[in-house]
Write a protein that binds this ligand. Structure first.
Ligand SMILES: [Zn+2]
Length: 499
């Protein structure tokens, strides 16, 4: 039931069923050292070079809790409006995969550090309050690499390698409550929630939240049921969806697939599914019909956690301005509509525009360059705006040169070209390429005279009082100066001579 021909078209699926989504987001914390030992957490080290007896689970080694990881988790909980436990314990989750050398993972089970919060997200003008069930802390597992198979999965592989550098890195899991009432917006709400959560985490400075490096990973639960049904439908859990765009596509695909399964009189299986980036489909993974027994029990090697309420209040007082509050403030300061602000956020331009304004540009000009010319170039190159080889300070300088009349918009675009091509600062590009506007009369006279001589018909019309004809002459002056003439001054000179 995964081929496109067997799906129910999205609108039709939504006419018959209400979707319910849930998101489990794993965040690797950006602490300097691991959760229970002193090994570094640096990404991309030589495999199995950041390991020690504790994270390898060697006999006789004992874990010690990383205080920074506890503080980061409390920061996240507070930012998500959660209650912080005054006492809780880590649990031992027993399982037998080679990616965890101890054969268990230290996690939180029935006593999470943070519970019962929410995060508001705005989609198409509607605010959806996403309930947060829990925020808990655990250690990440190692990474298996299956070599020789076509898909990178264990099936068909010749052999497997394992890297324990990641084993023991502090990992926070943020679990939502079931999200209902989103209707057709369910896929976009899922994507917007993870985007907002990522921005909150980034503003808190607790993680580098890089989806492509796996420091932010998302499992997406989806179910559907007829409108007014007393119970939710059976959910599927799509694992490790690794981009924001894929989150939206995974939910959409599952809605279409599940509608087809139910429409054919079959039942949805409780299972994990894998998302395929190449064709935006999911395929069945592990069945969850029989609950796995992890034999959780309180971790005997660690003391319970009892965060001092005074410490929690200290952390609360130190929280930065969160993204939603910042957007609201900037929207007022920049005098933008809700729609403009959303466009800015969605384009990933908010921080860039803010930095450009901080470097002296007006908000309107900063927006114009980033959302116009620069967005077009990023699009053409298939990269993010923030990956363009230009800084907000450089954009602010170009904007200032336009304000001062040194550049017009057309010349400014050539200056941006030069900066993007690595020719240096805007002023150096203006100098090297000879791009400054020519407004000096003596420099313009020759071009103005030539334009009049070359357009006798237009010149005659102007003499008859048809001043609109001056446009053609100004155009010739611009051509002759390769776009550098001050168009207003050129027009004045033309009219002075002919009227
Ligand atoms: Zn270690």
């Amino acid at each position: 039931m995964t081929r496109a021909a067997e799906l129910v078209p999205y609108d039709e699926a939504l006419a018959r069923y209400e979707p319910v989504i849930g998101l489990e987001t794993h965040v690797e914390l950006g602490t300097r050292t691991k959760m229970f030992c002193g090994c570094p957490t640096t990404f991309g080290l030589e495999p199995n070079s950041a390991v020690c007896p504790v994270c390898l689970g060697l006999p006789g080694s004992l874990p010690v809790t990383n205080r920074a990881a506890i503080e980061y988790t409390i920061r996240i909980g507070l930012a998500l409006n959660c209650s912080i436990a005054t006492w809780c314990r880590f649990a031992r989750k027993n399982y037998f995969y080679p990616d965890m050398p101890k054969d268990f993972q230290i996690s939180q089970y029935d006593e999470p550090l943070c519970t019962d919060g929410y995060l508001d997200v705005v989609v198409e003008g509607h605010t959806f309050r996403i309930g947060i069930e829990r925020v808990h802390l655990e250690e990440d597992t190692g990474k298996s690499l299956h070599v020789g198979g076509a898909t990178g999965r264990i099936h068909g592989a010749d052999y497997s390698l394992v890297d324990y550098n990641r084993a023991g890195i502090p990992l926070v899991e943020v679990v939502t409550k079931p999200v209902t009432g989103t209707g057709a917006l369910a896929p976009v709400v899922a994507r917007t929630y993870v985007t907002e959560l990522r921005d909150v985490l980034r503003s808190l400075g607790v993680s580098d939240v890089r989806m492509e490096e796996g420091s932010l990973r998302c499992d997406v639960n989806t179910s559907i049921a007829p409108p007014g049904a007393a119970e939710f439908g059976t959910r599927t859990e799509t694992k490790n969806v690794n981009s924001l765009r894929s989150i939206e596509r995974a939910v959409r695909f599952e809605i279409e697939r599940q509608a087809a399964v139910l429409g054919a009189g079959q039942r949805i299986l409780l299972e994990t599914r894998h998302f395929h980036e190449d064709n935006s489909t999911t395929t069945a993974g592990r069945s969850k019909e029989e609950a796995q027994d992890y034999r959780y029990f309180p971790e005997p090697d660690l003391a319970p956690l009892a965060p001092d309420p005074a410490w929690v209040e200290e952390i609360r007082a130190s929280l930065p301005e969160l993204p939603a509050a910042r957007r609201a403030r900037l929207q007022t300061e920049w005098e933008l509509s809700e729609l403009d602000m959303t466009a800015l956020s969605n384009a990933g331009a908010l921080d860039l525009v803010a930095a450009t304004v901080a470097a002296g540009s007006s908000p309107a000009d900063a927006r114009k360059w980033w959302l116009g010319e620069l967005a077009r170039r990023a699009n053409e190159s298939g990269i993010e705006l923030s990956d363009l080889a230009i800084t907000p300070a450089q954009v602010a300088r170009v904007s200032a040169l336009v304000q001062a009349g040194t550049l017009n918009d057309k010349l400014a675009r050539q200056v941006l070209d030069g900066v993007l091509e690595g020719e240096g600062e805007p002023d150096a590009v203006v100098e090297a390429r000879g791009l400054a506007v020519v407004s000096d009369d003596s420099a313009l006279t020759a071009a103005v005279d030539a334009a009049i001589a070359g357009n006798p018909d237009a010149a005659a019309k102007i003499r008859d009082g048809k001043l609109a004809a001056a446009g053609a002459l100004v155009g010739d002056v611009m051509k002759a100066t390769r776009g550098r003439a001050d168009a207003n001054r050129a027009r004045e000179l033309i009219l002075e001579r002919l009227t």
